[in-house]
Each structure stands twice: as structure tokens, then as C-alpha cells.
Ligand binder design. Structure first.
Ligand code: GLN
Length: 279
């Protein structure tokens, strides 16, 4: 990008020439200028201050090299909430909103339930559930202290009373039981070529053994003793893992196994219910 890019319009053109999507470039400028897109579109002839231009150019270079927009902007919208994100946490995906919607269906008739979110990352699922269902008692777990700090920051900023626990999966809530357990665990196979597009996000949030199912296998087995009778376990998984996850749930004794589709029509979430209390 040359230093001739003095106005907003010039800067946007130069960003385009560097290979950055126009909308991404606009959103970067909005963040740097503290303005919204309506303002930006009406001020495309305005000159950019040299320090703003320099910061924009550095973001354009990083974006062109594949750094996710959300890490540059520092936040990502999920289920109507603005969440702080950074390289310690997976960037929340719109497809994960399907898991939140399913969990909200489970909470609709009886909202005052104990809910657990395993591997909360930015806190996206737990915070969306707590926001939409204030009566739920939501606990969120992550094995990464950096992720948990980000999630706690998001909860404070949004004023949501989610309880956070540091630790590996269900070890973080020893001796506790829940009505509903949800998780978007890592589920990509270790050598999946798709990972090449995800190098900026934490690998621990993405991969899980040779077939991508190591953590799901662990959660399915370990969640049993943390679920009350008739409790639900709802899991996000890879587009081709629904059958395998359903079989794992069946083997572990869950009933009413169901699968939900994501926004692209792929089977993306599978869940099951523990047996009711025997009479
Ligand atoms: N759905 C994400 C992706 O494929 C991965 C999320 C995950 O592993 N939980 O980009």
C-alpha cells in the first residue's frame, strides 16, 4: 500500500489491491475511527490521520496474510452479543447458534435448570444461554486459563452471572450434577487439510486425535455421572460425525438421540437424554 492513500476511499482501494475484502476493510476503518459504516460511507473523501493510516495499513497486511478479522477487531458478534475475542479463544461461528437454539428449546418449559458448558472459550454458548434464559444457573468450564479470563471478561462486560471453572472437561465440576450439558469441543481430525485455513486459532480448540473424536468420546462417557435423570447432553461435531457421535451416545446408554442441521444443511449437532428416574 502506498502513502498516497490519504482519504478513506483511497485507503479502501489500496486495501482491495492488497487482496482484502471491501467489507472487512470498512469494518477495520470503522473500528480504528470509532465510527459506524453509515458514517464511513458518507465520509469517503475525508483524509485519514497519519497514525490511523499506519495502523490501518498494518491491519491490511495482517488480514491479507490470513489473520481472522475478529482477532484484528477484537470482537465478534454471537447470538446478538458482542464478545471480546483474541488468539486464546476460538472465534464463535454462526453454526454454533444452532446448539444454543437447541439448548434454549430444552430450557423453554423449565428455565430454572442447572446448565454446564464444556470448553467455553470466549464464553459464547454459556453467555448466550444465560442472556436468553436469566433463570438458568449456568456454569462454564475451560482448561485454558487465558480462555477463561476472556470468558470472565465477557460475562462482566455483559453483566451475566455465569459461574466459571478452570479444568479439563468434567474434572472441573467434580461431584456436581446438571440438567443440561452442552459443548462445542474440538472435533477436527489431527491431519485434516482444513486446518491449514485455521492456523491463527488455538489448536487445542480445534483438533482431537486421529479421527477428531477423542474429546467427544471422553465427554459422552464422563458426562453420564454428571447428568441428572432425564438430563440432556447436546454436542456440536464435524459435518461427517453425526453417525459416530450418535453411536457413542447409544453405547453409553443415552436415549432419544437426535441430530440437528447447521446453516449449510450439514448434520452439526447430536444429543441424547439420560434415562428418567426409575419408579
Ligand atoms: N467448526 C469449526 C471449523 O471447522 C471448528 C470448531 C471446532 O472444532 N469446535 O472451522
Amino acid at each position: 500500500m502506498s502513502d498516497a492513500a490519504l482519504t478513506i476511499e483511497h485507503a479502501l482501494l489500496a486495501a482491495r489491491q492488497a487482496g482484502v475484502d471491501r467489507l472487512d476493510a470498512q469494518l477495520m476503518l470503522c473500528e480504528l475511527l470509532g465510527q459506524n459504516r453509515t458514517w464511513l460511507l458518507a465520509h469517503d473523501r475525508d483524509p485519514l490521520a497519519p497514525d490511523t493510516l499506519a495502523r490501518f495499513q498494518s491491519w491490511v497486511t495482517r488480514r491479507a496474510q490470513g489473520e481472522p478479522l475478529a482477532y484484528l477487531l477484537g470482537d465478534k458478534e454471537f447470538f446478538g452479543l458482542s464478545l471480546q475475542v483474541n488468539p486464546q479463544v476460538l472465534i464463535p461461528r454462526p453454526d454454533t447458534e444452532i446448539l444454543v437454539e437447541w439448548a434454549l428449546e430444552r430450557l423453554a418449559t423449565n428455565p430454572a435448570q442447572d446448565v454446564l458448558d464444556l470448553g467455553t472459550g470466549s464464553g459464547a454458548i454459556a453467555l448466550a444461554l444465560q442472556h436468553r434464559c436469566p433463570q438458568a444457573r449456568v456454569t462454564a468450564v475451560d482448561a485454558s486459563a487465558g480462555a477463561l479470563q476472556t470468558a470472565e471478561h465477557n460475562a462482566r462486560k455483559l453483566g451475566l452471572p455465569v459461574r466459571f471453572r478452570l479444568g479439563s472437561w468434567l474434572q472441573a465440576v467434580q461431584g456436581e450434577t446438571f440438567d443440561l450439558i452442552v459443548s462445542n469441543p474440538p472435533y477436527i481430525a489431527e491431519h485434516d487439510p482444513h486446518l491449514q485455513a485455521l492456523t491463527h486459532e488455538p489448536i487445542s480448540a480445534l483438533t482431537s486425535g486421529p479421527d477428531g473424536l477423542d474429546d467427544i468420546r471422553h465427554i459422552v462417557a464422563a458426562a453420564r455421572s454428571h447428568l441428572r435423570p432425564s438430563g440432556w447432553l447436546l454436542l456440536e461435531h464435524g459435518y461427517d460425525q453425526a453417525e459416530a457421535v450418535g453411536a457413542l451416545l447409544a453405547q453409553a446408554g443415552y436415549a432419544h438421540i437426535e441430530t440437528r442441521l447447521d446453516l449449510g444443511g450439514n448434520t452439526r449437532c447430536t444429543g441424547g437424554q439420560t434415562l428418567p428416574r426409575s419408579a
